[in-house]
Write a protein that binds this ligand. Structure first.
Ligand code: HEM
Length: 189
């Protein structure tokens, strides 16, 4: 594929033996695992090289689907960007949801996502310590193994808070629809 045709919203996470982020742990939470890698990085655009013993996962940032205007404004007021100097720790969590989730209508998904599961309310408590970027993978024009690539960074002293948040989210009704999830914890120099 010609990179010049790629959207600036397209990202590729590459797992292998090189990259800015060293993998501290790689845990399969649900479904099929991903092959273990030592390092990861992300690039903007399409990555069309072969990675021996590794993988390349593509996703694109997008418009929000579930946030209300008020939730969006509340988050915008407190959230921080990725790549703050002190945020040397990170997480890449690719996630797939099952067919039952995708068969629901938008309003039914929103009800489970927020009214029942409180995804935004839970997540917002961890801002601005945790910075995040959500990538969607379903409508790329080719098949990706996950529906979302979720990426976060935070300072060393936020690691246990991040674990607590992930635990709260995984106990929700929303997560009963997650059928594949791999949690990679990361550190960079
Ligand atoms: C800083 C904490 C977090 C905040 C503030 C947050 C906030 C959000 C928001 C606002 C959305 C909806 C975007 C939209 O309107 O379409 C979203 C979606 C999502 N988040 Fe989080 N989140 C956080 C942590 C997490 C964590 C730790 C995970 C994974 C373990 C995660 C996984 C996802 C996924 C998979 C979606 C897409 C859901 C879907 O469209 O079906 N989030 N998050």
């Amino acid at each position: 594929m010609n990179n010049s045709l790629s959207s600036p919203r397209l990202y590729c996470f590459v797992g292998g033996s090189s990259g800015r982020w060293t993998v501290l742990s790689q845990t399969t939470i649900a479904g099929e695992s991903l092959s273990n890698v030592q390092r990861i990085d992300y690039v903007q655009g399409h990555f069309n090289q072969t990675i021996p013993d590794g993988w390349a996962l593509h996703g694109t940032t997008s418009n929000s689907r579930y946030s209300t205007q008020s939730e969006k404004s509340q988050m915008a007021a407190i959230q921080a960007p990725l790549d703050r100097a002190e945020c040397r720790f990170g997480a890449l969590i690719p996630i797939r949801k099952n067919a039952a989730w995708w068969e629901l209508t938008q309003d039914a998904r929103r009800a489970i996502f927020e009214e029942t599961s409180k995804h935004i309310a839970i997540g917002m408590r961890y801002l601005p310590g945790v910075a995040r970027r959500l990538h969607h993978c379903r409508d790329m024009g080719w098949i990706e193994p996950f529906d979302f690539l979720t990426f976060f960074d935070f300072a060393e002293d936020q690691q246990s808070a991040f674990d607590d948040m992930a635990g709260l989210l995984r106990a929700t009704e929303e997560w009963t629809y997650v059928d594949r999830e791999v949690d990679l914890r990361l550190v960079r120099a």
